[in-house]
Each structure stands twice: as C-alpha cells, then as structure tokens.
Unconditional design. Structure first.
Length: 173
C-alpha cells in the first residue's frame, strides 16, 4: 500500500468506518472501506467508494418510490448523469430536468420511474421491481436506514461501470 498522502510515512492500513449521509429526510449509514494512517491519523475514503454509497442510497430511494425534486436529483447524480444526458434519455428538453429538480414543476412520474429503473439496473438488476407500481403505492422508508455495501470491494464495484451486469444481494428491510 502506498505511503500516507499527508505525512508520507508508510503506515497506511485498510479500515472500515461508518459513514452517513442525509437524503430526503432519511439518514443512511454504511460501513465504508477506507484507509487510516497509523502515524498521523489521516483517514481517506476513495471517491469510488463514496460513489458506491450514493448509488446504494439511490437504490433505497428508488425501491421506496420516493418522489420529488430532491430524490430525483439525487438519483440522477448517483448515476453520474448530467441533466443534458438524462433529458436525452427521457426525450424531453433539458429545461424540464431543471424545473423538476428545482421544484418548479412536480416531477413527472414517468421520468421518475425511468430514472429509478436505471438506478436499480445499475446496482440491483435482479430485483424484479415495477417502478411505476411502487410509485403508486410507496413503501414506508424508515427515518434511520442502515445499508450494506455488499461486495463493496468486489462485485458491486463493477456496478459503477455503465452497462455492467453486477449482481448483489437484495436489500433487506
Ligand atoms: Zn500519515
């Protein structure tokens, strides 16, 4: 393993730490792989692992059928899609995405369903979920949600590559 970015010493060890993010009024926590320098205490989480955490949270939002500006924007960003790219996929003017994400317009349920499908397909392809159905009948999502980065260093990492068919365990409620 490479030396510490801060102190340059060769004391960097892999660790797992709890990280949290607040999205749409829900606090999500996951054990995230990181490194810690035993000399200076510097902790580093790779951007890749943070992206994986975001994608994992997006899966929970999609499964719960959460609708609205914040959820829509979070899902789009978790997919690392620019507004222009999403607008193209949805075959709508780019402005529409902006209006939905600002709350100027209610999010189009069909657009939300497509976005949710993309999120689930990216991470959780085996979950046979009817996104339109869950939007009509949202599931209850707890205030505190703990998620697990299953195979965080292995299979799920592939989920960040577009077009991947990475498989993961279904999320447990
Ligand atoms: Zn250090």
């Amino acid at each position: 393993m490479a030396g510490c970015l801060r102190c340059q010493r060769d004391k960097v060890v892999p660790v797992t730490l709890d990280d949290s993010m607040e999205v749409c009024g829900h606090a999500f926590t996951a054990a995230v792989p990181a490194t810690r320098c035993e000399a200076c205490g510097e902790v580093v989480i790779q951007g890749h692992d943070l992206k994986l955490f975001e994608l994992r949270v997006a899966v929970e939002l999609a499964k719960a059928g959460l609708r609205g500006a914040e959820a829509f924007k979070f899902l789009r960003r978790a997919l690392q899609l620019e507004p222009r790219d999403l607008a193209e996929l949805l075959d709508v003017p780019e402005d529409f995405v902006g209006y939905w994400e600002c709350g100027d317009w209610p999010v189009d349920p069909r657009a939300q369903a497509v976005l949710s499908s993309l999120v689930l397909a990216r991470y959780d392809a085996p979950a046979a979920l009817d996104c339109l159905k869950v939007l009509r009948l949202p599931r209850k999502l707890a205030r505190q949600v703990r998620v697990h980065l299953v195979d965080a260093l292995g299979q799920a990492a592939k989920a960040l590559q577009f077009g991947s068919s990475a498989r993961t365990e279904p999320a447990t409620a």
